[in-house]
Design a protein around this ligand. Structure first.
Ligand code: FAD
Length: 449
């Protein structure tokens, strides 16, 4: 057993943990980062599959994500725009693909008017919500008690408009069915991205990508640490703590530290043993936050054939297995790549199928948008984050009904020398890499002050 001593022990080498570590180190504190996996980056993972580079985890950067943009700049990383020239495709309840441009998809006048009205209403509610304290919203208790789905049913009699509004928060962001989270949770999701309108605007929310992949952010942050201060393959099992400090145990390492940062998603906090156990409400809190479920699918073709057909690659439908899909061709490549997403209950159904049947069903859904050429990719890959022991879902954690008002404020509180944080508890940038950077900075600054 190796024994070490540091000012701060950080658990998790995702963007949150590495941001905190580099900031603390720059301020002269000794740190160690203990990571369970054999790589850094957590939910950021840029890898080659059959020779093709894919972003298996997070990838997009939007213009409001200033903490991430600053970090990209500091690390010398370049961005490029997502391909978006041409028409988008929408498939309505009738199943026919329809081409369009702009944000509002082609539907009946009534449905379009309802969409515009609901977006304006949500923008108003979002403007009255503080991303850092949604539980302090004037109507927080009421808004946290009603599911997003039930609230939409109260607001509009137009099912197609409701399904589409729901898609932007439920399928596309929280990756949970809209009956399982509250209106308040939906408002937090939207305010963390600036407004509900921003979430609807794919050109805003999915604006840029990083040349070479977004995992370079954690990789370059990790390069700033000494080898001895970053231990891969070291799952933390136990934190023994008192008000004075803590001892963090992995299978073959003990680190004594004045402060500890647990930079792992909240659903994994309880995989660590705490001695003594943490206060009762902390133990309750964990039980009300869970990760969503989404399968991210990549399909690469010899050429981006949809571009020649006048399509941008942007496609969505609440009625399709793949509820949204985009041109995800890498910078400078001649091959074309589509990325699609299968969320929540649709993902449950797919994961119950044998892999070949699942692939066929998903490709057929892509073909519904782009035509039969989509059925024959040269490389195909499904990211299965729910099967990853050190994540267990995607993209991130959200509260169950009522959880945000009961426990939201508590998630920011330290327990003795231990602080908890990840993108899942961010305000601005919630569930995103930008939020991970903001939380990493905040946790480091709390310790430094
Ligand atoms: P994580 O990245 O989860 O890091 C936590 C780390 O802790 C992991 O490395 C884990 O292995 C480690 N760990 C866990 N338990 C232990 C333990 N007991 N001991 C030691 N180590 C432990 N965000 C965007 O901004 N844009 C996107 O386009 C985007 N798309 C996404 C697509 C997918 C498929 C996924 C999964 C996520 C996406 N995200 C996106 C979200 C983004 O990736 C995350 O919000 C962000 O990377 C989280 O960083 P983090 O450091 O807070 O947590």
């Amino acid at each position: 057993m190796e024994h070490l001593s540091r000012d701060v022990a950080i658990i998790g080498a995702g963007v949150t943990g590495l941001t905190a570590a580099t900031r603390l180190r720059a301020a002269g504190r000794s740190v160690i980062v203990l990571e369970a996996r054999d790589r850094v980056g957590g939910r950021l993972w840029t890898d080659h599959i059959d020779g093709q580079l894919f972003e298996l985890g997070g990838q997009w950067v939007s213009p409001d994500q200033t903490a991430l943009l600053e970090t990209l700049d500091e690390l010398g990383l370049d961005t490029y725009s997502r391909y978006r020239d041409g028409e988008s495709v929408y498939i309505g309840p009738g199943g026919t693909p329809v081409r369009f441009t702009g944000d509002i998809f082609p539907a009946s006048e009534h449905t379009q008017a309802e969409l515009v009205r609901l977006i304006a209403l949500l923008d108003e509610l979002v403007a009255a919500t503080d991303a850092a304290a949604p539980w302090a919203q004037q109507h927080a208790a009421e808004f946290d008690r009603i599911s997003f789905r039930s609230w939409l049913e109260q607001q509009s009699d137009d099912a197609e408009a409701r399904e589409n509004i729901s898609l932007f928060i439920a399928d596309a962001m929280l990756t949970k069915p809209s009956h399982s989270f509250s209106l308040l949770q939906a408002l937090l999701m939207a305010v963390s991205a600036g407004s509900f309108s921003n979430l609807v605007d794919a050109d805003f929310i999915l604006d840029k990508r990083v040349v070479g992949g977004l995992q370079q952010v954690p990789l370059r942050l990790a390069e700033q640490l000494d080898d001895a201060d970053l231990r891969l393959g070291h799952p933390v099992r136990t934190i023994a703590w008192s008000e004075a400090g803590a001892t963090v145990h992995t299978d073959d390492l003990e680190v004594e530290a004045r402060h500890v940062i647990v930079a792992v998603p909240p659903n994994l906090h309880s995989r660590i043993d705490y001695a003594p156990p943490l206060p009762r409400l902390r133990q309750q809190l964990w039980q009300h936050q869970s990760l969503g479920l989404v399968i991210k699918v990549h399909a690469t073709y010899d050429t981006p054939f949809w571009r020649a057909d006048g399509l941008s690659g942007t496609a969505f439908s609440p009625y399709q297995l793949v509820h949204e899909a985009y041109d995800n061709s890498n910078h400078g490549e001649t091959r074309g790549t589509l990325v699609g997403f299968v969320s929540d209950e649709k993902a449950d159904r797919m994961l119950a199928l044998p892999p070949a049947e699942r692939q066929q069903a998903i490709l057929e859904s892509l073909a519904a948008y782009y035509g039969p050429k989509a059925l024959e990719p040269v490389v195909y890959y499904e990211s299965d984050w729910a099967a990853e022991e050190w994540t267990q879902g995607a993209y991130a954690a959200s509260f169950d009904l009522g959880g945000l008002t009961r426990y939201g404020a508590l998630q920011l509180e330290p327990v003795g020398p231990i602080r908890f944080g990840s993108s899942d508890v961010a305000a601005l940038g919630y569930q995103h890499v930008d939020g991970a950077i903001r939380v990493g900075r905040r946790l480091a600054d709390e310790i430094l002050s």
